[in-house]
Ligand binder design. Structure first.
Ligand SMILES: [Zn+2]
Length: 384
């Protein structure tokens, strides 16, 4: 049995798995990301996994950005103790194997292409919509990483050159319209009163703030309902207590895979403007699903911005499939229905109109699957 070691590094969780060539997980483990000395925790996690299974042939790492692929360094926004940290070299020293590094959103795209919603497609755009918006491209079957590893930053594609200034310094970036906090910001600025729709119809108590599963959209965020999960790294699973797949806290974007542009924590996904209650994207989705007109308008506006970005990317690269994950994608039809309508309006050329937009089926496991795929590519075509 041959396998590779896949590692996924985020601001809240470290995950590692031994994955065979078919994508099956032989062993996996997770642990929380410590505030300091992350490398020691990662080394212990790697030892735990590699001591248990067959020896891996290569290592693939997906890490929250930003990163510099040329230097092999990472500076995850959520991990202040790593700035310009030579992650690739440190891991390579530790394991003595070919070690590949990519951004977590790029690994998300690669994972969905390999084992998830984009299986079998030629070219894929993966989008992670959460605190920020990240992305990754798989073109003609191969990941497009770029010289510094920053290809696929679709959240900072401008969909309105006259639009608002973005935190990145650009103008009119899609993230400014469609990320969780920006959906919420726009809704609040336009008079959204969180939970008002429930108060007026059935009483706010039916959707308590602490119970997001109550009244949330029916589509769960990225949890496969079909048999596809059987070959997947279902494992951050070992860290059941840490991040169970059904954990509704994923809506608050504390999933390390869904904060590629780096919201500092789950708390940042919410905006505290209503006394006693934190407005967040999950709550906005609940209100939109319940018919709150401002919440509906916020999702339509965000979906339209995404549609512009998707149509532009499809026109440039002829991606055939778009897979959307991240906490906001858990809104299901509340996001995807207006997105389909907007794409129908925005897209013109036949090959752009043919793009298939799908919800992630791997969810939090996509980046780990992508990291494994990255490692397998290294074994098949060794670079050194
Ligand atoms: Zn931007």
């Amino acid at each position: 049995m041959t396998c590779v070691l896949a590692i996924d590094i985020g601001g809240t969780k470290l995950a590692a798995a031994l994955v065979d060539e078919a994508g099956s997980v032989l062993f996996s483990a997770t642990r929380p990301t410590p505030r300091t000395d992350v490398m020691s925790a990662l080394a212990a996690l790697i030892a735990e996994v590699t001591d248990t299974g067959p020896p891996p042939e290569a290592v693939g790492i997906g890490c929250a950005g930003p990163l510099d692929l040329a230097a092999g360094t990472v500076s995850p926004v959520n991990m202040p103790s790593w700035r310009g940290f030579p992650l690739r070299d440190e891991v390579q020293k530790l394991v003595g194997l070919p070690t590949m590094l990519a951004g977590d959103a790029q690994c998300f795209a690669l994972g969905e292409h390999w084992l998830g919603a984009g299986q079998g497609c030629t070219s894929l755009l993966g989008i992670v919509v959460s605190t920020g918006i990240g992305g990754g491209l798989v073109l003609d079957g191969a990941p497009l990483l770029g010289p510094t590893g920053n290809a696929g930053h679709v959240g900072h594609m401008s969909i309105d050159p006259n639009g608002e200034r973005c935190e990145c310094g650009g103008r009119g970036c899609v993230e400014r319209y469609s990320s969780g906090p920006n959906l919420v910001r726009w809704a609040l600025e336009n008079g959204w009163s969180p939970g008002a729709v429930h108060n007026s119809s059935e009483g706010r108590s039916s959707v308590p703030p602490g119970n997001p599963s109550d009244g949330r959209p029916t589509d769960s965020p990225g949890e496969p309902s079909d048999g596809r999960s059987k070959d997947l790294p279902d494992a951050p699973a070992d860290g059941k207590s840490n991040d169970p797949p059904s954990d509704p806290s994923r809506w608050q974007s504390n999933d390390p895979h869904v904060t590629p542009s780096g919201g500092p924590s789950s708390e940042s996904a919410g905006v505290s403007r209503v006394p006693g209650e934190k407005a967040d994207a999950r709550m906005l989705a609940e209100d939109a699903a319940a018919g709150d007109p401002i919440a509906v308008a916020a999702f339509e506006r965000g979906a339209r911005a995404l549609a512009g970005m998707i149509a532009s990317t499809a026109a440039a690269a002829e991606v055939t499939t778009v897979v959307i994950g991240g906490g906001v994608s858990g809104a299901g039809k509340t996001l995807f229905d207006p997105l389909e309508r907007a794409l129908d309006d925005v897209a013109g050329l036949a090959f752009v109109r043919a793009v298939q937009v799908k919800q992630s089926t791997l969810g939090v496991r996509a980046a780990l699957a992508g990291a494994a795929n990255l490692a397998w590519r290294a074994v098949r075509t060794p670079s050194d």
